[in-house]
Design a protein around this ligand. Sequence first.
Ligand code: G3I
Length: 386
Amino acid sequence: MRRGMRAGVLILWTVLVAVSVISVADEPKELKDAFASRFRVGAAIGTHHTMGQEPESLALAASQFNAATPENLLKWQAVHPAPDRYQFEPADRFVAWGEQHGMFLVGHTLVWHSQTPRWVSQGTDQKPLDRDALLDRMKGHIETVVGRYRGRIQAWDVVNEAIDDQGRLRSAVPEGGSPRRFAPWYSPIGDDFIEMAFEFAHAADPNAELYYNDYNEWFPAKIEAISGLVRRLQSKNVRIDGIGLQGHWGLDYPKLDEIDHMLTEYGKLGVKLMVTELDITVLPSASNGTSADVNARATGGDRLDPYRDGLPDAVQRKLADRYAAIFGLFVKHANTIDRVTFWGVHDGHSWRNHFPVRGRTDYPLLFDRRLEPKSAFSAVVGTVRP
Ligand code: G3I
């Protein structure tokens, strides 16, 4: 090689190294900073976190995210286990931690057909309660829980998963259909149980943002039903600030154009959109398909748990590509998306390891079991790299 040519190659190599060093150094290290001009980025915080059992991953959450949702500790069964007993300690700790770190705090969730104790729908004689008695229960619960954190928890998932996959309200009495549609404490109230819950929440904290939250939110029947619900509440002047789209997705569902379409459709309603429980399973589907219904269970074997000893590079790349494509859409719709929250901090504590088959090894989040960022982290951050 002639001397001039050698010098040219050397200069080119030096420039390439410098560019790659600069771009790695430039890559934001924190999700909240990377997306600061687009939307908040949050995580679900577990009860084990607030009770001090995983300080390292809680510190990771404090550094990466600017919004937090308690994964379980504000559900009715956790916070209000018996008619005259509330259990606030874990939630008090969660709120104190969130305030310490300047987090936008989201209360999850006030009205849900699941994780609600049986006594809620029954009198002391175990007989079903009527509409007025149930509304009293709902009101008392919401007043007490929202009231306690008035001005400190900024937003609430007021009603969770009240519409089934066919677009029917779960207050509808089943006619030989799936009994899971039937929520014993919604039906006696009637179809206005959602609007009543929003009214009670608004009265308990007039400044809190109020959301409706659901899964399988890209299903056409759900787009229609959730949009109809929002319009109904708006037409009655019932406060609703946003729709929570859970986002428990997989490597190949929903399709990108389905996500794009649903964000466009919900974006027409004039309310904020939040992706509230994002995680992407890499595991093969069990028999229940794409449902995030927590009551579903499946049994599996090795075929359903193929990555116990680690995630192959090819699947790691697939996950990173999938996350990049999805965040590309979130960035595209950033004018309507207010927040994207991951359902967990790291892979080791994700509910996905236990649903719908218990004890599998899944890799659905951006941080691995050693709390290291995965290639999916860089892929996500890369969607907003200048
Ligand atoms: O706390 C008990 C523990 O004492 C016991 O040893 C253990 C045995 O299984 O269970 C523990 O409780 C579990 C709890 O999570 C805490 O880990 C429950 O069994 C389990 O059912 C519960 O699952 C939660 C599920 O909601 C039901 O509330 C998941 O962590 C949580 O990620 C999941 O979150 C839901 C959202 O709220 C709504 N959208 C769907 C999403 C995923 O299902």
